[in-house]
Design a protein around this ligand. Structure first.
Ligand SMILES: [Zn+2]
Length: 593
């Protein structure tokens, strides 16, 4: 259930008209009382995507995706419920308290007690402090020499807020205490380490790189050793505002160019990234000592459709490609791979060759499917035998099937993947389909937005049999005709729903309807955080409305449920008082089996 107050959610919904918000993402045409467009969640050829301005919900009648304005943003931008809420609050200029996940972990609790805004403020202060160190005539002398050697311009140093952590181990701590910044906050920000009286600076004798989020808020630091001691690079630890698997260096500098070029380039080092911008290639970001993750893909796909992973020549390999392939399959983003030749890193290459050859490398990046396939063939030797080819095909398909099983790939995306494979491998798409089916049938976790018939990869188990159908029927009626809730509120509760998915829907429906007399489908949608569940809710509502005949269907369904309960209790030999005062009807005549 949401961690947010329902009043706030409803305020955010009201301030973000669904037609306006969706209209920013796709073009809608009026048809009667509704708006129609091409669905962004499946490959739509005739407009199947329906926006209802009165109900403030959307529904795709082809793929089943549906929900309120918050769900649309969640699905469209791959955001969590709180993130989507924040996005829409920002859009409407509504202030909301920062979201804090509930946690049982006491240690985590201490960290989360620190206000994220306070941490960001402490970081901003530290960034200024580090920058002043680097500019200092004495303190910064050696570090500036290194910066000059690396050919980072003065402008880059300033724009990227490059700084210096000096060689004594409580320099920052002392300065912070003079500024009355609490130790606890410095600890929460990861700027100091230790406990009690033995606190010391996290970064000592390092060139400091400032890590900001997309809005320029400083969330962490990376430090490169200047003495050769310790690890070459260290980053801030995970804090309430920083997690390196979900953060990218340079995002604030690169986001505009990523949008206009529809391409994001990802390198591995701070200086590689800064140098690219210094040379005018400004759609470049860097990972922070981790490989490219699904979290990174989620961030970048807000800005660009295509991601080019640019590896140092010596690290580009099958393993990196395998990982990237997994991310590409799970994140609905096009990933291409490129590498810098001649054993250089991108920074060296830029300095030696300049902008044009660098841009060419990015332009000529190979899509990850082809990359993996070509590498695989090369590794298997140049033997063009049928057996050799079979082995390569097997290994490739295994990798894809594993990635499909691990990721969240809908039936439609799977179709796109198969088309890609068919092109790359020059094999018939049908053949690839059946091969993948065979390989992934054991542990299939594929998902699509609803449990509608006709889709062979539907994980939503709506149950079967008399009882499950009755449960579904009750929800359909309540969603389509909420005022009937009063007729059943004393007779049945969510506990009577034993199909888990339907129980979750029932909880949202009962909770919302018991609070408000005029609750809408939009309110019910926002009572669940899971887009798949919201899609199911809009499907049930639609089907419920189509069938009509509400009062009779509700009575029949209740009778059926009661009948099933009685049968159960007969065998169990115990009594129950769940459902009473329901008209006795033959459950077989419900017209829903
Ligand atoms: Zn659709």
């Amino acid at each position: 259930m949401p961690t947010f107050d329902t009043g706030l959610i409803s305020r955010i919904q009201q301030a973000n008209d669904i037609v306006d918000v969706i209209g920013e993402h796709l073009s809608l045409k009026r048809k009667g009382r509704e708006m129609l467009g091409l669905c962004p969640f499946h490959e739509d050829h005739r407009p199947s995507f329906n926006v209802n301005p009165t109900k403030q919900i959307f529904k795709c009648f082809a793929c089943g995706a549906g929900g309120d304005v918050i769900k649309f943003i969640q699905m469209r931008e791959n955001l969590t419920f709180p993130q989507a809420l924040q996005r829409l609050a920002d859009r409407a200029g509504i202030k909301i308290e920062p979201f804090r996940p509930r946690t049982q972990d006491a240690r985590q609790q201490t960290q989360e007690e620190a206000d994220p805004n306070e941490i960001a403020r402490a970081n901003a202060w530290a960034a200024k402090y580090f920058a002043a160190n680097l500019a200092h005539p004495e303190k910064g002398k050696d570090a500036r020499k290194y910066v000059t050697e690396r050919q980072l311009s003065d402008e880059s140093v300033k724009n990227w807020q490059i700084g210096l952590a000096v060689g004594t181990d409580n320099d920052l701590l002392t300065a912070a205490r003079q500024k009355k910044i609490p130790d606890k906050l410095l600890l929460a920000a990861g700027l100091v380490v230790g406990a009690g009286s033995s606190l010391s600076d996290k970064f000592v004798n390092r060139l400091m790189f400032t890590i900001a989020d997309a809005t320029g808020k400083i969330i962490a630091f990376g430090g490169r050793t200047l003495s050769g001691e310790g690890a070459k690079y260290i980053n801030s630890p995970t804090t309430a505002i920083f997690d390196k698997s979900n953060s990218l260096f340079g995002l604030d500098h690169a986001r505009h160019q990523m949008v206009s070029s529809d391409t994001a380039v990802v390198v591995e080092g701070y200086t590689d990234c800064i140098m690219a911008h210094q040379f005018g290639v400004s759609n470049v970001v860097a990972t922070l000592g981790t490989s490219f993750t699904a979290g990174h893909a989620r961030i970048l796909r807000r800005y660009a459709k295509k991601v080019v992973l640019l590896f140092d020549s010596d690290t580009a390999g099958l393993e990196a490609a395998n990982r990237a392939l997994g991310v590409a399959l799970g994140s609905h983003i096009d990933i291409a791979i490129a590498s810098v030749p001649q054993g250089k890193d991108p920074c060296d290459f830029l300095l030696a060759q300049g902008k044009e050859p660098f841009a060419k490398i990015i332009e000529n990046a190979t899509d990850v499917f082809t990359f993996k396939w070509v590498r695989l063939n090369a590794n298997l030797g140049s033997q063009p035998t049928l057996a050799g080819k079979k082995q390569a095909v097997d290994e490739y398909l295994d990798a894809i099937a594993t990635a499909i099983n691990a990721g969240n790939v809908s039936a439609i995306e799977r179709g796109l993947i198969v088309n890609n494979l068919s092109r790359v491998m020059s094999l018939d798409a049908k053949e690839i389909h059946s091969e993948l089916n065979r390989r992934s049938s054991r542990t299939r976790t594929l998902s699509s937005y609803t449990g509608e018939a006709g889709d062979s990869h539907t994980p939503l188990d709506l149950g079967e049999g008399l009882s499950a159908n009755a449960q579904r029927e009750i929800l359909e009626v309540l969603l389509a005709h909420p005022s009937l809730f009063d007729d059943i509120r004393d007779k049945i509760s969510p506990q009577n729903f034993d199909v888990p998915v339907l129980e979750r829907v029932a909880q949202a429906v009962f909770q919302t309807l018991s609070q408000k007399t005029r609750a809408s489908i939009q309110t019910i949608c926002s009572a669940v955080e899971d887009p798949q569940l919201a899609s199911l809710i809009t499907t049930l509502e639609h089907e419920g409305a189509e069938k009509g005949n509400f009062t009779k269907r509700l009575a029949d369904a209740l009778a059926a449920l009661e009948h099933v309960e009685q049968q159960k209790n007969k065998t169990a030999g115990s009594k129950h008082d769940l459902i009473c005062d329901v008209s006795k009807q033959n459950p077989r005549n419900m017209g829903m089996i």
